[in-house]
Design a protein around this ligand. Structure first.
Ligand SMILES: [Zn+2]
Length: 380
């Protein structure tokens, strides 16, 4: 059965289920499209020789939400400075939802589509705005050049020696999480108390995720706002946090320790930091340079003489035997990635061709948004 078979059946379904008429045809079609995509992906994976799970039936309880794919059937009204009202449907059946806050794109931004999601018993609406390019511009307050190194001990270390502490949300909330999970384990499965504790656990997970996202948003914004050039290394949290368990033939090394480290790596939100940096930098006309980690080896290279100085993870200091350069390890890495885009010395494999392309500067934008007097106190 194809998407179009189902779409053509909608009028008959609506005749039996009048509540679907109120929802509007576009929302129904969008849901069918999502279903179609799930099956297309399933067949694609089967064809590729993988073993995907069969798309499961989503009961009302599992149904995560639906979308209005175009500006019809709903309306977002902004009330002055803050606050807005979202109207779903029309006429008597219309539903009004009050919203907090406001977007930063001004009157030119037009609401384009919405997705209504349900999580932990709460409903959320995500609104996509169609925005003219000029309205995306971010203000830059200074024109520093910064190299930075993301890590676990310090969430970020900069080339000038400053650092940002790692808040370690998971570590802080883990005892609470464990306690809830222990309590739930004592309850009978399917009971009201078991369910209630399940919700508490989900809410705590949510809280940690929200704190993390908020933190990364704020920190990356500060970095972009104060810098004209940002340099860091490409990261692959997925590879970094691979399990140490290994296989039967090559059994793992210290699994527990690696699991702990993995938890910290994933908890720090690095996977989120780079995409955020990329789009924020583009909006501010900031150049983001991502060094090729494997070829540059920022944590092993000496920022003074460009030699490779092998170290283990536990060595916190960079001590260079050839030139005598001594510096905290992370700061040295930050300096190496900052030098990398301008480096003219011969680094095998880090020539222009081998280097990842820096994100293109937005045409002529940086000059118009950079304030004349750079702020004296950087915020990172
Ligand atoms: Zn050196």
């Amino acid at each position: 059965m194809s998407y179009y078979d189902q779409q053509n059946a909608l009028p008959q379904i609506k005749a039996y289920r009048p509540e679907f008429v109120e929802l509007g045809g576009h929302a129904l079609q969008q849901t069918l499209r999502r279903l179609d995509r799930a099956f297309q992906s399933f067949f694609r994976r089967v064809k590729a020789g993988q073993t995907p799970g069969f798309p499961r039936f989503k009961s009302a309880k599992r149904f995560s939400g639906f979308a209005y794919p175009d500006p019809a059937g709903w309306k977002l009204m902004q009330h002055g400075g803050r606050g807005a009202t979202l109207r779903l449907g029309s006429g008597d059946a219309a539903l009004s939802i009050r919203a907090r806050g406001r977007h930063r794109f001004g009157a030119e931004a037009k609401p384009n589509d919405i997705t209504i999601m349900r999580r932990n018993g709460q409903s959320f609406v995500s609104v996509t705005l169609r925005v003219p390019e000029s309205a995306c511009v971010r203000q830059r307050t200074a024109d520093m050049r910064r190299g930075m190194d993301f890590g676990i001990t310090d969430w970020a270390a900069f080339d000038d020696g400053r650092t940002i502490d790692n808040p370690r949300w998971v570590r802080v909330d883990r005892p609470k999480l464990a306690a809830l999970q222990r309590q739930r384990a004592r309850k009978r499965k399917g009971s009201v108390r078991h369910k209630r504790l399940g919700h508490d656990i989900a809410r705590l997970h949510d809280r940690i995720a929200n704190l993390r996202r908020d933190f990364v948003h704020k920190k990356t914004r500060c970095m972009v706002q104060s810098c004209a050039v940002l340099a860091t290394e490409q990261l692959a949290p997925k590879t970094m946090s691979r399990s140490a368990r290994g296989t039967v033939e090559t059994p793992g090394r210290p699994v527990r320790q690696k699991a702990g480290l993995n938890r910290e790596i994933l908890s720090a939100g690095f996977g989120m930091a780079h995409p955020m940096l990329a789009y924020k930098a583009e909006e501010a006309g900031t150049r983001l340079h991502l060094s090729n980690t494997r070829q540059l080896k920022p944590s092993q290279r000496c920022s003074a003489c460009w030699e490779i100085v092998p170290k283990t993870l536990s060595q916190g200091m960079h001590i260079c035997p050839p030139c005598g350069h001594v510096m905290p390890r992370d700061r040295n890495s930050a300096m190496v990635v900052l030098i990398d885009p301008h480096n003219t010395q011969d680094t095998p494999g880090t020539g222009l061709a081998a280097r990842p392309k820096p994100l293109p500067r937005q045409r002529g934008k940086s000059r118009s948004v950079t304030r004349e007097t750079p702020a004296t106190t950087p915020c990172v």
